[in-house]
Structure formats: structure tokens, C-alpha cells
Design a protein around this ligand. Structure first.
Ligand code: AHR
Length: 319
């Protein structure tokens, strides 16, 4: 150890990492925390200080300040929202502690406030999902698309990108985007929001849930209202993440499309840290490749910004 980039300059064998995690709002998040914990284990030569911010930015800022006081070798931040990080990241920079951003992005005045980022292209996820819906609606002869958006946490990259994908597509394809409201990426809020949308609109035929847990809540609300989900039902449920439970619902058709968001960032963050330890410069931004999982084989592939993406039909083998 010992680099010009801050990091484990004392050269001790154990690398101390302070990880500020968003919370435990979803199955995706649980898988993400697991990936970080198993990668940065004592057996692998790390001391991981894990802080769960319970979806609150102020908790994340406090955690980062504690990590600075504890003089950790690296700070890893999974930011709840994009903005509001300049001051605390400047404090980390002044303390010469490299900051790695993971999953969602930060919107800062100076990109030198963080060392590297790895995560998903959330707008691309949204575009892929909407390109699929357009092709599916054509294949099925759907006369109109009356869609509602159960958004993620407002201001999170995952919400901003996925919502933008839908809003642009609704304009392009002439869909009726009836309502948009945050379900905070949780099952309980997803259910609550869907219940109220169903009371307001009786013509919803697609719900665009910005993650799997919201989709589970939305399905419960739809069924409790006496309506059905699925390819032959009243409402198509679209989702993001492709967790095991999400893909199980995609197999049955309860979820019609589940666009992947990959949570297994532990090894990716470790690769960045290993490069820094070796005195190398990691890529500033690294986007993860992600798949598209559908119920049925009605749409084989979609084209987004001139690039083709295969659509995988979910079978028992895929889950
Ligand atoms: O930032 C990734 C998103 O956050 C996932 O889609 C969601 O499930 C999680 O809570």
C-alpha cells in the first residue's frame, strides 16, 4: 500500500473502508449490501465500517464526517440523491481520503470531489423498458397506452433516469401518462400509491414501477381492487431490478417486463481500490452492462440510440 491518491498510506495490511449505504428499502439494496459486506470482509483483508442511512441524506453526511474523523483509508458512498454533496466531499478531499461513488451518481460542482464512480445507466434502463413497451403494444395491437409511473425516491439517479426514459417515450409514442408519484422504492409505499391511482383513474392499462418492491406493492393493490395483472389481465406491470422475486413474478406474468439493475457492486468497488493501491488511475466512470427480462417472447430485441439489446424470455432456468 501507499499511493499518491490518499488511500492506505500507512501501509498497514488491513484496508479500512467507510461505506455509507442508502438504507434497506428494497430487495435490491439488501443484495447490494450483501455484495459489499462479503467483498470487504475481514478474511479478505478489510475492515468495513458499514453505515445504514435509512434513506436520509443528513445521516449519510454525518456518516462521512465520522469516517473522516476515524481516518479511514477509503470512503464509499451510495448516495440517496444526486445533489447536496459538495461540502462534505470537499471535507473528505481536504482530509486526503479518496471517495468512491457507487450505484447512483452525485451531481457536484467539481468532479475532482470524487475519485471514481461505478453503477448503472438508469436512463438507458428506462429507454430500454419503453422501447420494449412500444414494440409489445404494437405486437399486441393495444389501442392506447394509459400508463402511470410509480417513481423511485425523488432526486435519486435511479428515479431521474427511469422517469426521463418514460416521459420522453410517452411524448414520442403518444402514450397517456396519467400520473406520476413517488413510491420511495418501497413495497408499502408502492401499494399505497397504486391504491390511490386506481381510485383516481379507471382506465390504467400499464403501471411503470421504478423498482421490484414497488411492483410487488402495486400488484397487491391491483388485485385488492378486483382487477387482474398479466398479459391477459387488466393491467401490465413493468418493473426494474430483476431480483429473484421480481423474475419469479415475470415468469408467471404478474410482471410483464423486468429491466435489470445489477446490485453486485462489491467486486467492482474492490477493483477500483486495488488499482488505487497499486498507484494506478481507475476509470472515472464505469457503467455496468445490464439485461432485459420479459414474460413471453413477443419482443426479441429493442433498439435504443442505434444499439440493439436482446430481450431474454424468463424461464425456470433464468431465475
Ligand atoms: O439505485 C438503485 C435502486 O435503488 C434500485 O432500483 C432500487 O431497488 C433501489 O432501492
Amino acid at each position: 500500500a501507499g499511493t499518491d491518491n490518499g488511500g492506505n498510506e500507512g501501509g498497514s495490511d488491513v484496508i479500512t473502508i467507510g461505506f455509507s449505504q442508502v438504507g434497506a428499502e428494497s430487495d435490491w439494496r439488501t443484495a447490494n449490501s450483501e455484495s459489499m459486506k462479503s467483498t470487504f470482509s475481514k478474511d479478505n483483508g478489510y475492515d468495513l465500517i458499514f453505515d445504514d442511512a435509512q434513506q436520509k441524506q443528513e445521516n449519510q453526511i454525518t456518516a462521512i464526517r465520522n469516517f473522516i474523523q476515524q481516518e479511514v483509508d477509503y470512503i464509499v458512498l451510495a448516495p440517496v440523491t444526486e445533489t447536496g454533496w459538495d461540502t462534505v466531499l470537499q471535507e473528505a478531499k481536504d482530509a486526503d481520503i479518496p471517495v468512491i461513488i457507487v450505484d447512483r451518481m452525485v451531481d457536484v460542482s467539481d468532479d475532482d470531489l470524487f475519485t471514481a464512480w461505478v453503477g448503472s445507466d438508469f436512463e438507458l434502463e428506462g429507454k430500454k423498458a419503453c422501447a420494449w413497451l412500444n414494440a409489445y403494444a404494437e405486437a399486441k395491437g393495444m389501442k392506447e397506452v394509459n400508463i402511470v409511473d410509480i417513481q423511485g425516491t425523488i432526486g435519486a439517479s435511479a428515479q431521474i433516469g427511469r422517469t426521463k426514459g418514460l416521459e420522453d417515450a410517452a411524448k414520442e409514442y403518444g402514450w397517456n401518462l396519467l400520473a406520476s408519484q413517488s413510491g420511495e422504492f418501497t413495497q408499502a409505499k408502492g401499494q399505497e400509491v397504486m391504491e390511490s391511482m386506481l381510485k383516481q383513474y379507471d382506465n390504467i392499462n400499464v403501471v411503470y414501477c421504478e423498482n421490484d418492491n414497488e411492483a410487488f406493492g402495486a400488484i397487491d393493490a391491483i388485485e385488492a381492487a378486483g382487477k387482474t395483472v398479466g398479459p391477459d389481465g387488466d393491467i401490465l406491470v413493468m418493473s426494474f431490478d430483476s431480483t429473484n422475486a421480481g423474475l419469479t413474478d415475470t415468469l408467471s406474468g404478474k410482471i410483464i417486463l423486468d429491466t435489470e439493475c445489477n446490485p453486485l457492486h462489491g467486486p467492482r468497488v474492490e477493483e477500483i481500490i486495488k488499482k488505487l493501491e497499486a498507484g494506478e488511475t481507475p476509470d472515472k466512470l464505469a457503467y455496468v452492462d445490464e439485461e432485459i427480462f420479459a414474460h413471453g417472447a413477443d419482443v426479441a430485441s429493442v433498439t435504443v440510440d442505434g444499439k440493439d439489446y436482446a430481450v431474454t424470455e424468463v424461464t425456470e432456468d433464468v431465475i
